[in-house]
Write a new protein. Sequence first.
Length: 317
Amino acid sequence: MINGFNIAPRFKPNARAVVFEGDCREMLRQVPSGAIQLVVTSPPYNLGKEYESHLHLDDYISQQREVIAECVRVLADGGSICWQVGNYVDDGAIIPLDSLLYPVFASFGLKMRNRIVWHFEHGLHCSRRLSGRYETIMWFTKGDDYVFELDPIRVPQKYPGKKYFKGPKAGQYSCNPLGKNPGDVWTIPNVKSNHVEKTGHPCQFPIELIERLVLALTREGDWVLDPFLGTGTSVIAAVRHERRGIGAELVRKYIEISKSRIDLAAHDELPVRPMDRPVFDPKNAGRNLLTAPWLTDKQPVDQMALLEKATSYRARK
């Protein structure tokens, strides 16, 4: 128990939050079949980070299949699985993991409803290929009668004053006053150094990304499960919206971070980037960084020292 909010160490039907320390396959064995409404996670990408072992790609897919099989077992009829992945990089060549994992999900009879592109604007800068600025979320359902609530995740209309110009509704507003469908390309800032939610984890979910999935694919009181919990974001998104959350994590320091963040979220004290906040626009903020110093008439002496001297080139004859 932390500050009066009980975070259970293993699955309990009446718990609000569960953080299991250990292998997710052991945690999944505790969960009854059909108990979970939403499985949402971002598994390790097999890149050899501190929290994962670097496996041969075939072994990695086999390991994922084992976890996915258990996730399908615990998933309720009408439930959803959202598996967020990026690319595996092998000697400079990228291999999209969603293309390798899709057959695994399909083999269990799940149906893909969307391949959501999560676009972000910051990351590593590549010099031998285009810099990666998106990852994907594969959304599968167990059956055709599934939960999907669009209204809680609508976004502002592009043209809210647009009207029908002909037909029986001519002159009436044509848009939904609650907003529009967000589509399958989501521009949401990733969690970098100056993000309000940043912890010590190198690959952290933004809460608003998971909130969209929780609000659209579950109802109050439902269970949300994350087999690769990291710093607790999936459980946080569940708790913030009156759902129950359960996750597993191997690394002790991330267990402690998860528990602390979940408790803060339960007391509405966790710093969070709001879902409805627009992506930062430096032009609207009046940032002087928009002006290239090498294009201005007068340069500070110390700034000019950082700039490469202009080199003249002659056309080749």
